[in-house]
Design a protein around this ligand. Structure first.
Ligand code: ATP
Ligand code: MG
Length: 483
């Protein structure tokens, strides 16, 4: 046989080995205002943008062992998405690992243990529908279907407390009490676990406005301080039920490609496994309403198959267990080569499966170099008199450059902010700028530019004066760092 032929055949084989196929460039590329950048493909180094307009649906799964980078991927993704689209996101945070990041990114953290959630709230639903939802939540959480008598008794008790006359809104505790009065001990016991002694989390009037939260930018709902796993699950399910209702009530949106709300479930296996869970409704109907589900888990077999078949994007991070990889491979399909690579991944390495809506495009899993991480967006706060100005760090730095600060002055000022965990008193800022040699008028015009109004300017400067008179702390601090 011709040796050159051998060579080229060999070469071709090798080429495939070093370069498995990647999706066409035009599928992966998007303008930065239409897609979320996640990193580059491993071989052709094509930038990968997540663009819901090009994908079959806006849902995302992130899979991988502990420490593989799931939460990091989600955070990076949401940071960029909120920059581009100003999107809203609700993170159901099982273990409380998003709080710090959400705060830094300027979002809101809600510690559910400090709130009240009355799961009997109707949130605009007819009583019948809400009762059905509650029973279905209990089907999932306490397997109520296996106790048909108790199921009927509970349903009956729910109806009864809803129909009671009086101004007081019914609570779960009323249901327990009623069941006990009626001598339905077993039924009472089944729901009593959600009204634990010492916690009245589900008992008071709701302090949360879920509707408002779905339009409040980045919000993390921290469940981890709730006393039991069961309460976390019921809270998680309830919030998802509310979100689903809101989604349906808001109706469809035509503007394609703009996600209205990301719903993030990280390690919420208990509520994503069950067919009756609203995770399934959100994933099934979300596309119509521009609601996107992001689900992260260590164990892909935890995800109900309906969820899998409705997910347009899967990020596969390091996955060691053969059993999990096999399940995944059956669900999304990829080569032996990729399978081996996935088992060898380091932190942040990823294989991505995207299903594009374009007809001819093949479903394809491809390798990424790494999830290209994003530093959280930092917000600086300046307290001036009785107002608080918030400004994105990068923008603030740009303004300072324009003002004429040099590198070392900038880093000095930054470290002042960092000492205060991102907060600096207006009078401190003034003192620093004066120290750098800025005149009173130019400082005033800078503060105005930051949005501080006249009244508060006066307050700030009278504080500056006072501090000077008493040889304020500011000067002392500055002495050693400005040397
Ligand atoms: N793409 C990446 N680039 C750089 N660092 C990363 C990347 N992904 C993850 N890391 C770092 O690796 C560590 C683990 O990541 P992360 O917490 O996201 O893992 P996880 O998969 O969510 O783990 P767990 O299942 O335990 O929650 C973090 O310190 C994170 O900063
Ligand atoms: Mg995590």
């Amino acid at each position: 046989m011709d040796s050159s032929y051998m060579l080229s055949k060999e070469l071709a084989r090798k080429m495939i080995l070093v370069h498995p196929p990647e999706p066409r460039k035009e599928l992966l590329l998007s303008s930065p205002s239409n897609g979320v950048y996640v990193g580059k493909t491993r071989f052709l180094r094509t930038p990968v943008f997540w663009n819901p307009g090009k994908l079959i649906n806006p849902h995302i799964a992130v899979l991988g062992i502990t420490g593989s980078g799931k939460s990091y991927t989600v955070k990076t993704f949401l940071t960029r998405a909120s920059l581009i689209w100003n999107t809203n996101a609700i993170i159901i945070d099982w273990v409380g690992e998003y709080g710090e990041w959400v705060r830094q990114a300027g979002g809101r953290v809600i510690n559910l243990a400090k709130e009240r959630l009355n799961i009997l709230d109707l949130v605009g639903l007819p009583k019948r529908s809400r009762i059905k939802q509650l029973v279905s939540a209990l089907d999932i959480l306490v397997d109520l279907k296996s106790f048909p008598d108790e199921r009927d008794e509970i349903e009956d008790a729910l109806e009864h407390v809803y129909n009671r006359r009086g101004k007081k809104k019914p609570h779960l505790l009323d249901v327990v009490k009623l069941l006990e009065q009626r001598g339905k001990k077993k039924a009472a016991r089944l729901i009593k676990r959600f009204t634990e002694e010492g916690t009245d989390f589900f008992a008071g009037s709701s302090t949360l406005d879920i509707k408002k939260l779905t339009t409040s930018g980045l919000v993390s709902i921290d469940l981890h301080q709730l006393p039991t796993e069961e309460m976390r699950s019921l809270a998680g399910l309830t919030i998802l039920q509310y979100i689903k209702e809101l989604m349906r009530a808001e109706g469809m949106k035509q503007d394609h490609g703009h996600v209205r709300l990301f719903v993030v479930l990280d390690e919420a296996w208990k509520i994503s496994q069950d067919e009756r869970s609203d995770v399934i409704s959100i994933v099934r109907e979300g596309r119509k309403y521009n609601f996107s589900l992001i689900i992260a888990t260590q164990n892909p077999t935890d995800m109900h198959k309906t969820i899998f078949s409705n997910i347009g994007t899967v990020f596969v991070l390091r996955m060691i267990l053969r059993e999990y990889r096999d399940y995944l491979r059956k669900s999304i399909g990829y080569s032996d080569f990729l399978d081996t690579e996935i088992s060898k991944f380091g932190v942040g390495d990823a294989a991505v499966n995207m299903i594009f809506s374009e007809r001819q495009s093949k479903v394809m899993t491809f390798l990424m170099d790494k999830i290209d991480g994003e530093e959280p967006l930092l917000i600086y706060k300046i307290k001036g008199g009785n107002m608080m100005v918030e400004i994105e760090r990068e923008q603030f730095v740009r303004m300072l450059y324009e003002l004429g600060l040099n590198e070392s002055q900038l880093s000095l000022l930054k470290s002042e902010f960092e000492k205060g965990d991102g907060l600096l008193e207006g009078e401190q800022l003034v003192a620093v700028l004066e120290k750098f040699g800025y005149s009173r008028p130019s400082i005033i015009s800078f503060l105005r530019q930051l949005g501080i109004d006249e009244k508060n300017l006066v307050r700030i400067f009278s504080l500056v004066k006072m501090r000077k008179a008493t040889k304020g702390v500011v000067n002392v601090v500055l002495e050693d760092s400005n040397g």
